[in-house]
Design a protein around this ligand. Structure first.
Ligand SMILES: Nc1ncnc2c1ncn2[C@@H]1O[C@H](COP(=O)(O)OP(=O)(O)OP(=O)(O)O)[C@@H](O)[C@H]1O
Length: 732
């Protein structure tokens, strides 16, 4: 039959066939790739370095590797069937349909114009002037035969401007820099000791990146630094190398903790720990990881020995400060805040306050981020000691070689989003894909949906245990998972080699969130791609992104018949999604009852769970959370009711309502941000309230104004400092 159809048989009878698009450009052209070929392809393209191992620093009793951390985190938990096993079970229960190759003869003949991968060769669809273009001006253009339009790029800048910008990015002479650095500076000329140079060459760092060229010499001088550089440009080594170099000359009398590096997430802490460990592998420096979700006891043992460097997440660090005897931060001489704008936002303010007041006042402070907010910059200017401001990139720059694509979602088609993501992951981007959702629930659901479609998917978000989070990350890095569906937990800092595509089911909260999400690809000078679905309510953010884009952004159009095919597929498997969730719920009940039994046994044996102290009591914690999440407490109740009324019963389970919940979460965040901004403006516009004399019981350790202000990013406190500074300048 095949020959009659003049088709060349490319695969044996009965081979399982997977439909994949030939390359990510074609939204219509499909080619047949046998499962064997696909696996071979994946083996070749296995990006993550298989020999990569966490080294043993000899500091923990057992060899500390990601595997051992995994084992520690989950050894107690009896492993019930994993979610993927449940998905496979449900898929196996389907009526198995033997795939008759002779029937499988339908090959789409539509071929779309390929878009040259290099934007500058593209035929720009728009005039070269700076006229602003809207999304629909592009996505309506369809080629004559009705097949998918060729990609067109549109831009606010003429080609000439764009080429100049790209040259600037390449040689690091970016915009808005406050410190000049030598773009030809090499590691050898940085006065770095041999053990570090040896480590640098072993991890194949040949030439320093611009942020490293700028920050390392200044960090070696012990200066305070406020640095901003695009995602994936080597900020970790930029702040860690000068620290390690300075520690090499420490007096080694009594082991004390001199360096504290704070990061916002556990996964990022593990990553910074591993980079630091590799850089310090030829020295006798001792590094300790104090991140949540990992074994408390081994961390306690390590911290009590006074490690030179502690890399921590704020919550776990505070836990140790209040519960691990003989561990404190009095001797910390260098404080590093990676993802500083996140570390100083309202979510971490209480914890950062608590930590900073325990650090010594005379220290070097280094703030690093790809999106250094105005507030943090101003705060650094008035609270750090003569900080050096290093802006290799501006606040809204995405990685230099990122290709940004947007898919327009019409107001009446919001329910298509899941089907579009499923289509993209099934046909265009089949591996090394990160899919971002706004809520953990949606991330979990997308994992199940993609799994039921036969894709190798995983999830990463805060509802998972630490073991599951590390497991998902590890499986994605070593290629066992092709598509990792995650929330903004994975948006910052994670350096996963060879992420080719980042897909946003809905647009993130702010442009900064967007920069970090799409910054998971196109790292270390490599190219990458982002595809973001943009609805009518998200166009404002899109306009901001396009306005600051240094390279042309593109509009991707997925053919309507493909969307409807995938919507039908998702409808078909909806009952199976329910089956998987039912199996999970049953298993959760079993685990919960097992835990109850264990707890009861412990109480009977008199092993009541250890009470751990914290700097806030339960009431304070709950109140701070409610106030942070949705304004004042009464407000949160009102808002919760309003959201429910607005979208009807928010528990309905159809694509439109699921997407609506995603969008509502973003809007709630943006509402809070505006409220917070207005509150601070109000504070600045009215006269400073006359302080009422109150008798305060002096806390044990007095906090200098420097420390107090370091964590307060409110406009009011900044305004006060600015006035002081102005008066001082006038006197001079
Ligand atoms: N000098 C260098 N030469 C080659 N590769 C480098 C160099 N410096 C860093 N890298 C690599 O670049 C990647 C990104 O580094 P890193 O995670 O520190 O970037 P970052 O700026 O902190 O990113 P993010 O803003 O997302 O946190 C890593 O894989 C790292 O190994």
């Amino acid at each position: 039959v095949l020959f009659k159809m003049d088709l060349i048989q490319t695969i044996e009878e009965g081979t399982e066939v997977t439909l994949v698009s030939e390359d990510s450009e074609s939204d219509e052209e499909l080619t047949l790739v046998s499962k064997k070929q696909r696996t071979e392809k994946k083996l070749e393209s296995k990006g993550f370095n298989p020999s990569f191992q966490f080294e043993d620093d000899g500091f923990y009793e057992s060899k500390w590797t990601l595997e051992s951390a995994l084992h520690d985190a989950i050894k107690k938990k009896k492993m019930h069937s994993t979610l993927d096993q449940k998905i496979d079970e449900v898929r196996r229960n389907r009526i198995t349909v033997t795939l008759d190759i002779h029937l499988f003869i339908k090959i789409s003949h539509q071929v779309i114009q390929q878009i040259p991968s290099n934007p500058q060769d593209e035929e720009d669809v728009v005039s070269d002037d700076d006229e602003e273009l809207d999304l629909e001006d592009v996505s309506e253009a369809v080629s004559g035969n009705g097949v998918l339009v060729a990609y067109k790029c549109y831009t606010y800048k003429t080609k000439k401007k764009r080429k100049k910008k790209r040259k600037e990015i390449k040689d690091g002479s970016g915009v808005d820099k406050n410190v000049s650095w030598d773009p030809n500076l090499g590691f050898q000329q940085m006065n770095i000791s041999r053990p570090l140079l040896k480590a640098i060459s072993e991890i194949n760092y040949v030439t320093p990146t611009p942020i490293q060229q700028a920050a390392i010499p200044i960090g070696l001088l012990g200066r305070d630094i406020c640095a901003c550089a695009a995602t994936g440009t080597g900020k970790t080594a930029a702040f860690m190398l000068p620290v390690l170099e300075r520690l090499l000359y420490r007096t080694q009398s009594t082991p004390i903790t001199r360096v504290l590096c704070l990061v916002p997430t556990r996964e990022l802490a593990v990553q910074v720990y591993s980079v630091t460990h590799h850089l310090a592998q030829h020295s006798n420096l001792r590094i300790c990881l104090a991140a949540g979700g990992l074994d408390m006891k081994s961390q306690e043992a390590a911290l009590r020995q006074g490690p030179d460097i502690v890399i921590a997440t704020p919550g776990r660090l505070i836990d140790h400060l209040h519960n691990t005897p003989s561990f404190d931060l009095q001797m910390v001489e260098i404080l590093i805040l990676d993802e500083a704008d996140r570390m100083l936002d309202e979510f971490f303010e209480d914890q950062m306050n608590e930590i900073i007041k325990l650090c010594s006042h005379h220290r070097q402070t280094m703030l690093f981020s790809a999106t250094m907010s105005e507030q943090v910059q101003e705060l650094a200017a008035v609270s750090l000691k003569n900080p050096v401001k290093i802006f290799v990139n501006s606040n809204t720059d995405v990685a230099p070689f990122l290709r940004q694509e947007f898919i327009r979602i019409r107001e009446t088609r919001e329910g298509d989003r899941e089907a579009i993501v499923a289509a993209l992951c099934s046909r265009s981007f089949i591996s090394n894909v990160l899919v971002f959702t706004q809520t953990k629930k949606q991330a979990h659901r997308m994992h199940i949906v993609l799994g039921l479609l036969g894709l190798k998917a995983g999830e990463l978000h805060g509802n998972l245990s630490q073991g599951q989070r590390l497991e998902s990350l590890k499986r994605f890095k070593n290629g066992d998972i092709d598509i990792l569906v995650c929330t903004d937990l994975a948006a910052r800092g994670l350096d996963i080699e060879n992420v080719k595509t980042v897909i946003n089911l809905t647009m993130p909260n702010t442009q900064q969130h967007y920069v970090h999400r799409v910054g998971r690809t196109a790292r270390a000078g490599k190219s990458g791609r982002s595809v973001s679905l943009v609805g009518e309510t998200e166009r404002k953010l899109l306009k901001e992104i396009v306005k600051f884009a240094k390279n042309p952004v593109k509009s991707r159009v997925v053919p309507p018949d493909v969307i409807s095919k995938f919507r039908d597929k998702l409808n078909e498997i909806e009952s199976e999604v329910g089956d998987v969730m039912k199996m999970e719920a049953q298993e959760k009940q079993v685990i919960a009852s097992e835990n109850q039994v264990k707890k009861a046994e412990k109480i009977i044996k008199g092993e009541a769970p250890e009470k751990r102290a914290w700097f806030q009591n339960k009431m304070q914690r709950e109140f701070a959370k409610a106030e942070r999440m949705l304004g004042t407490h009464s407000e949160s109740k009102k808002r919760g009711k309003k959201m429910k009324n607005k979208s009807g019963s928010t528990s309905t389970n159809n694509p439109e309502d699921r997407v609506k919940r995603e969008l509502e979460k973003t809007q709630a965040f943006q509402h809070r941000e505006q409220k917070r901004g207005r509150k601070q403006k109000r504070a600045r516009s009215c006269a400073e309230p006359v302080p009422v004399k109150t008798i305060k019981i002096q806390p044990k350790k007095k906090k200098s104004s420097f420390d107090k202000e370091l964590t307060r990013t409110g406009k009011k406190s900044l305004g006060k400092h600015r006035d002081i500074k102005r008066r001082k300048n006038k006197k001079r």
